[in-house]
Design a protein around this ligand. Structure first.
Ligand SMILES: [Fe+2]
Ligand SMILES: [Fe+2]
Length: 477
């Protein structure tokens, strides 16, 4: 165990030197798929010229990249993932007949390539809006660039619903998760298409902390342990309040910066994610209690809640330096969402959010500190990185206890979470344009390179340093 923790600690600090807080291997990125540039060679996706009124049927992709919905469309509900074979390591279903939560359910066989961990899980698709909730539409997989068709939140359903005549698809990858939704375009939007955005950001429909609109957004999810419920990253809305931010006279110091609005929005998102981390650790503590964990882990989980509370306060304070009024978190209803505390689910979340997410947070915090705009900002980021490092170490310590206590389910979950993280990174959007690293916004390509390096040089060796996990990884490969 000490070896595993030692690897995490030394590797995170070495990683800053290894990757130099920049891409370790630029060539690696050339074959990556940009998920926010969906494919065009499909039967349902037609191409129009820019500045013409929206036209066509079904999903239409304009030459400037905007995808909008001219009319309802039928999608393929096929789920290409192979069916469950019945001999997987972990099985939450055995046949399609058990997948009835939504239409088009399939009990799929999932493989933790390249280590060949296997498990069965229900997956769902859609063929039309009738398969989705009232405020959702079915977004075709070949339109969104996702693996299959999915129901997505929709403020509008077709172009006819919008005064502008354009009901557009937003695919926003925030660094942790891709959010699909439809919303009307308008003349007052901060951006129309990706070409209007700089610094590696994309034109997506998102919240600026008060209202939702089309705006340029990058990846802000670099905070460590996210709050994930039903595979969705959750956070509270930001509301006007002054008890979470304290700038000590520094409010508005960067308000004249040309990117002040974007930087404020970025830090408000970081703040909301840090705030959600408090709930994530609270739920982790309950999971530990449910599984009968030793006191040392519980004490550390509680200490981590205090760390994340401080991180949220710091991030809300930094946001205020870019102007605007003081904001803080509103209600976080997902904090009390039902929990699945089976060993596999707890271990999977622990590796995904703790071993991997917190390690990413620590490395990225270190790299941001190294280029911070002021010594004070550097000190703040260094402290956050140190905390995230201790949270990553807590995750590896908890994983070690779970492997020793529960065995195979934990090993399978660790392999699956690692494989999923690799897959997520493979489809992570990149951009070669410069960002504002000194203010906390890395270029997407740099962020991706850092995460790849962290996964390969820190997380995988640390997992392997656990003798039980290492044996399992070897057997499965
Ligand atoms: Fe944090
Ligand atoms: Fe953390």
């Amino acid at each position: 165990m000490e070896r595993a923790l030692g690897i995490v600690r030394t590797s995170i600090f070495a990683a800053v030197g290894i990757v130099g807080c920049s891409a370790p291997d630029a060539g690696r990125q050339t074959s990556e798929v940009d998920i926010e540039t969906p494919p065009t060679s499909t039967a349902t996706l037609t191409t129009a010229t820019p500045r013409e009124p929206p036209k066509g049927k079904g999903w239409v992709k304009e030459a400037n990249g905007i995808i909008h919905r001219a009319s309802e469309a039928t999608c393929s509900a096929e789920i290409a993932t192979p069916a469950c074979e019945g001999n997987e390591n972990h099985m939450s279903c055995k046949s399609d007949s058990e997948c009835t939560e939504h239409p088009h359910g399939k009990c799929v066989h999932q493989t933790g390539a390249p280590m060949r961990a296997t498990y069965c899980n229900c997956d769902y698709s859609c063929a039309s809006d009738a398969d989705c909730a009232k405020d959702e539409v079915c977004v075709c997989g070949d339109t969104s660039g996702q693996k299959q068709s999915k129901c997505a939140k929709a403020a509008c359903k077709t172009d006819a619903d919008c005064p502008s005549g354009t009901c557009a698809l937003s695919a926003y990858f925030n660094g942790c998760h891709t959010a699909l939704q439809l919303a009307c375009k308008s003349d007052t939007d901060a951006c129309k298409a990706d070409a209007d955005c700089t610094g590696g950001t994309h034109c997506v429909f998102a919240s600026d902390g008060k209202t939702e609109s089309w705006q340029c957004r990058g990846m802000g999810c670099v905070i460590g342990r996210p709050l994930v419920v039903d595979d969705e990253v959750q956070k509270a809305p930001n509301v006007e309040r002054s008890d979470w931010a304290a700038t000590e006279g520094l409010e508005g110091r960067y308000a004249a910066d040309p990117d002040a609005a974007d930087l404020r929005a970025h830090w408000l998102e970081i703040a909301a994610m840090e705030h959600a981390s408090i709930a994530s650790f609270a739920r982790f503590a309950l999971e530990l209690l449910t599984l009968g964990a030793p006191p040392g882990l519980l004490v550390k989980a509680q200490a981590a809640m205090a760390d994340e509370t401080r991180h949220a306060q710091l991030a809300y304070s930094i946001a205020l330096e870019y102007g605007g009024c003081a904001l803080g978190p509103g209600k976080l209803e997902a904090a009390v969402a039902p929990m699945d505390a089976t060993v596999y689910r707890v271990a999977y979340g622990l590796v995904r959010d703790g071993c991997i997410g917190e390690t990413f947070g620590a490395v990225e915090g270190r790299c941001l500190a190294a280029v911070a705009v002021t010594p004070e900002r550097r000190d703040v980021l260094d402290q956050i990185a140190e905390d995230e490092l201790s949270h990553a170490m807590l995750a590896f310590e908890a994983l070690r206890w779970m492997v020793a206590t529960f065995g195979d389910d934990v090993r399978a979950a660790a392999r699956d979470a690692l494989a999923q993280a690799r897959e997520d990174l493979a489809t992570m959007s990149v951009s070669s344009r410069a960002a504002r690293s000194e203010h906390g916004v890395f270029p997407a390509s740099e962020l991706k390179a850092m995460r790849l390096a962290a996964l390969e040089t820190i997380v995988e060796p640390a997992l392997s340093a656990s003798s039980s996990t290492r044996a399992s990884l070897r057997c499965a490969s």
